[in-house]
Design a protein around this ligand. Sequence first.
Ligand code: AFD
Ligand code: MN
Ligand code: MN
Length: 396
Amino acid sequence: MAKISTAQQERVFAALDSFQIEVPSWGFANTGTRFGKFIQPAAATSIEEKFADAGEVNRLTGVAPTIALHVLWDLPKGVSDVPEIKRLEEKYGVKSGSINPNLFQGQGYKFGAMANPDPEIRECAVQHLLESVELAKALGSRDISIWDADGSNYPGTQSIRRRIEWTGEALEKTHAALAPNQRMLVEYKPFEPAFYHTDIADWGMALALAHRAGPQAKVLVDTGHHYAGQNIEQIVAWLLHLDALGGFHFNDRKYADDDLTIGSIDPYQVFRIFHELLSDPRGAADVAFMIDQSHNLKGKLEAAVQTVVTAQEIYARAALVDRDLLSGLQDKCDLVAAEEHFRGCFWTDVRPIAQEWRRSKGLAADPLTELRVSGYVEETAKVRAARNAGSVASYA
Ligand code: AFD
Ligand code: MN
Ligand code: MN
C-alpha cells in the first residue's frame, strides 16, 4: 500500500477537524423490531440518561456534540420541558440537535397525518409540526427533521395525487413558521410502515416538496431509505448540485431500512458518499451528519461509539483522495489509474492517522477500548437494570 503523503496527512487532519456527527436520543433507549425488543440493562430509561450517554460518546470521541431529540419521546411536555433540557445540556456537555416531530404513532394517524383524508387530522399534524418548530426555537435548534410515514397499503384505497397536495400544504405551513436561521429537512423513505405507496418515497418527491415549501427546506438522505442497488452517491451529487442537500441519517442496510451500523455492510458506499461531499466546491458545510440507528443486539453505548468512529475514519479515507489528480485522470479517461487512486484511498488504513489526530486533541486514541476500560456501561447497568427489567418484555 502506497505511503500516505504529507499532503494527504494534512487533508485528513483538516477533514477530521471539521467532522461532526449527531447521535440520536433513540439510539440509547430500548427499541426493537416489530417482532419485539431485547431489553438491555444499561439502556437509557430517561431523557437525562440519554443525555448522559450522548455526553459519554462525545467525551470519548470529541466529534459528537449534539443529540437529536424526538418530540413525543423526549419532550412530552413540549416547551415546558425546555428548562430541563437546558440543564441536561449544561450538565453533560451536549447540545440539543435536530428536532424530530412524531407523525406516526398517534392513533388518529392510522390513515395518515399530513395526508390524512380527514382535514381535522391533517390540521392536528400541522399543529404538531408548528409546535415542533417552536420547540426548536426554544432550544436553539437549527433543524426540524421531518419523517413522513404516510402512505397506503393497497392500490385504489387512496388518491396519490390528493395526498401530494395535502402533504405540500402541511410542509408549506410549517416552513412559514421557521425562524430565519432554521431549516426544515424533508426525509424520504420508499416503504414502511406503508407498503404500497409512501407519500414521500424518493429524493425527487422530497425535492419537489422542499422547493414548494420554501428556500429553508432541504432534503434529508437516510442511507437506509433506498431500494437495493440504488446509487446513493449519485443522488447526493445531484442534491449538492442543486444546493438542496440538508443532511444525512447514516446507517447501513442489507435488505431494507435495517438501521445497521454505518459501514457494516457496504463501507465503500459511505466512502463514495463522503467523496461527493468533500468534492463539493461549496464545501458542503451545511450538510448535517446525523446517525439514525438503534441497535437491538449490540450494546447501545458500544454501538454508538463504534458508529461515530467508523463514520469518522471513512471520512478520513475519503479525504486521502487527491481530487486534482483524480480530475486529471478522469479527463484523460485513464480509467484504471483513476480507479486505482480512488479505491487505493479507500483501502488505506487511516486508523494510525486518526489515532494521532485524537492524541493531538487530548482524546483517547481508541475510543472503543477507552469505553470498555472505563466501566461506564457496567456502572450505568447497575443503576438502570431494575428500571429496564420492568420494561416491555421481549417477544415471548
Ligand atoms: C425511523 C424512520 C426514519 C426516521 C427515524 C426517526 O425510518 O428513518 O428518521 O425513525 O424518526 O428510522
Ligand atoms: Mn431516518
Ligand atoms: Mn429509517
